[in-house]
Write a protein that binds this ligand. Structure first.
Ligand SMILES: [Mn+2]
Length: 213
């Protein structure tokens, strides 16, 4: 498995409120998007990512382990929000995957997404948005229960798994994502996706992780 990742602030935003976790040696990868319009989105996404990094997840982690780690990350964001008045209401999306061999479990909360590109070029969405950024039905850190969706998928040789924030999907449509995700090696595909988001306006932070099987 080959892994590439990249995050960019884009052309408009002052800060990058996206964060990512890349522990390919453990088979653990994630992206998080601090909520636009909320204070301290960068603190929220980084707090969630740091919590997940310390959750002892591996590629073998079961669905219950992913849910428990996500609940802990949610509680960490809530606790961080309580530390300073300026952080009230902060939150973050999450897409988390653990990979062992050709099997991946994907968990998500919010409107960051995962896609699988098969070796024939077919693109399949693995996530269904929980609302849109700023109007999310659920996100880590908000004052409501978090009920992540979890799927388990097979990633055959030649397939590619994409994790990304809405800074990609609001700028690049699915047919273009399918085309760019299949290009070159994992790093070339990752760069092509990020550069397309920037070329199309780059109005939001953009974060992309590509896993090539
Ligand atoms: Mn975003």
């Amino acid at each position: 498995m080959q892994v590439a990742y990249r995050t960019e602030v884009g052309h408009v935003r002052q800060r990058n409120e996206d964060a990512l976790l890349a522990r390919p040696e453990r088979g653990v990868l994630a992206v998080a998007d601090g909520l636009g319009g909320h204070p301290a989105g960068d603190v929220a996404s980084m707090t969630a990512i740091n919590s997940l990094d310390h959750a002892s997840l591996t590629g073998e982690s079961a669905e219950g382990d992913l849910r428990a780690a996500t609940q802990a990350a949610h509680e960490a964001v809530v606790a961080a929000a309580d530390e300073e008045p300026g952080r009230a209401g902060m939150g973050t999306t999450l897409v988390l995957t653990v990979v062992a061999g050709s099997t991946a479990r994907v968990l998500h909360v919010g409107d960051s997404r995962a896609y699988l590109l098969d070796d024939g070029g077919g693109l399949r969405a693995l996530t269904e948005d929980h609302g849109v950024n700023g109007y999310l039905r659920q996100a880590l850190g908000l004052d409501r229960a978090v009920e992540p969706d979890v799927v388990e998928i097979e990633c055959p040789a030649g397939s590619r798994l994409l994790l990304c924030t809405d800074g990609l999907t609001n700028m690049v449509d699915d047919p273009a994502i399918a085309d760019l995700l299949g290009r070159g090696d994992a790093q070339q595909a990752c760069d092509a996706l990020v550069e397309a988001a920037l070329a199309n306006g780059g109005i939001d932070n953009v974060t992309v992780i590509v896993l090539a099987f």
